[in-house]
Design a binder for this molecule. Sequence first.
Ligand code: GDP
Ligand code: IMO
Ligand code: MG
Length: 427
Amino acid sequence: MPGLVLLGAQWGDEGKGKVTDYLAQKASMVVRYQGGNNAGHTVVVGDNEFKLRLIPSGILYPDTTCIIGNGVVIDPRVLLKELAYLQEKGVDTSHLYISERAHVIMPYHILIDTLEEESKGDAKIGTTKNGIGPCYMDKSARVGIRMIDLLDKEEFAARLQNVLAQKNKLLVKLYDAKPFDFDALYNEYCGYADQLRQYVTDTSLLIDTALKKGDNVVFEGAQGTLLDLDHGTYPYVTSSNPVASSACVGAGIGPVNITNVLGIVKAYTTRVGEGPFPTELTDDIGEHLQKVGCEFGTVTGRSRRCGWIDMVMLKYAIRLSGITGLALMKLDVLDDMETVKICTHYEAEGKRIDAFPTSLKQLAKCQPVYEELPGWQCSTQQARTFDELPINAQNYIKRLEDLTGVTIKIIAVGPKREETIIKEDLF
Ligand code: GDP
Ligand code: IMO
Ligand code: MG
């Protein structure tokens, strides 16, 4: 039963979309299990670039079933736009299925996200302002609206009436904002329900059937381990769990179905939004990585902060998800470097730190300690096998494997589908 979870091992934007698309060639199903349209996954095929936010990155293969699992939060307006965008580009979307149990992001979630961020001033999280946190809050508070509720006009009216009364009170009294009109919201969202109805089903059943047949199923994570609500740099995190075990909850399957866990890691590190970043580079090298790596957020267009690769973080991610293999992305971005650095551990108050600290105060005291390796200063973009890589790039990869104890199975040397080296087959 080959269930493979693919997840970000850093702070997101590691290249999950590219690897999912690559693996989808051999998978019969791709399932998104958490997050929402805070994600932006890019797939490049020839001269075509596809930016996906909610739809799994397997959608370009007409024979690969794509599932938005129950753990995802769905903004119907964004999903309908994404469907139209793909259809305009000639992509067949009839193989998409949406879980009945996925929660719906409503306009009050988006407004509350924005108002909360504004009210926090300097303590803001730097969210994508897409209503992700407020939607997951309502799910936990048991006042959320699920896809199945949205499709049932009576049920939707009753739930919306209750929750809107609360939200409007909050908006008016706490934030001095305008309340939402029930009728306008109800009618608008009933329209979306009618357009999405054809895709909505019990997706856990579909996944179970595929796994029982022995099909390859890829579970595509969004965000990254250090943005995990439980294990990330709290409170500078997202409101869901990107770690591998969350795939079971967010798809509706048991853990024995997961046989492989692929951690996606950039050859350096990036972060969008606020929060700690021990190996961040605010100098020319950071600027170089940002420029060469085109490090701008897919969703918000914000510049991504850049720094060296960090073994304390990566080993933490490997532990949390039981990562069995790594995909090393954007190796080509390091091509011009005279030397490349790997943070092997931290030091704080004269002590060596190997385990990623929980306390942000402690983390702030941590100074990264680096190992410096010679760069390769030539292009890697044409390499299609490990042996075709320059020897110094091979040594960099081998050193990362030594330090983590995990095999690097995939190496990406460019954004395009074919700019990929498979060092070890996954299926
Ligand atoms: P995701 O959120 O993890 O799917 O990653 P994003 O798509 O947000 O960000 C990764 C960016 O890097 C995208 O623009 C990709 O097209 C690009 N990319 C992925 N792999 C490579 C690579 O190996 N080299 C280069 N230069 N770009 C890459
Ligand atoms: P993909 O799937 C990078 C970050 C935001 C912010 C924090 C909380 O493309 O890797 P949220 O809107 O989720 O409440 O914001 O999380 N963030 C991401 N950073 N990649 C993402 O997704 C992200 N999704 C959320 O910038 O710091
Ligand atoms: Mg992204």
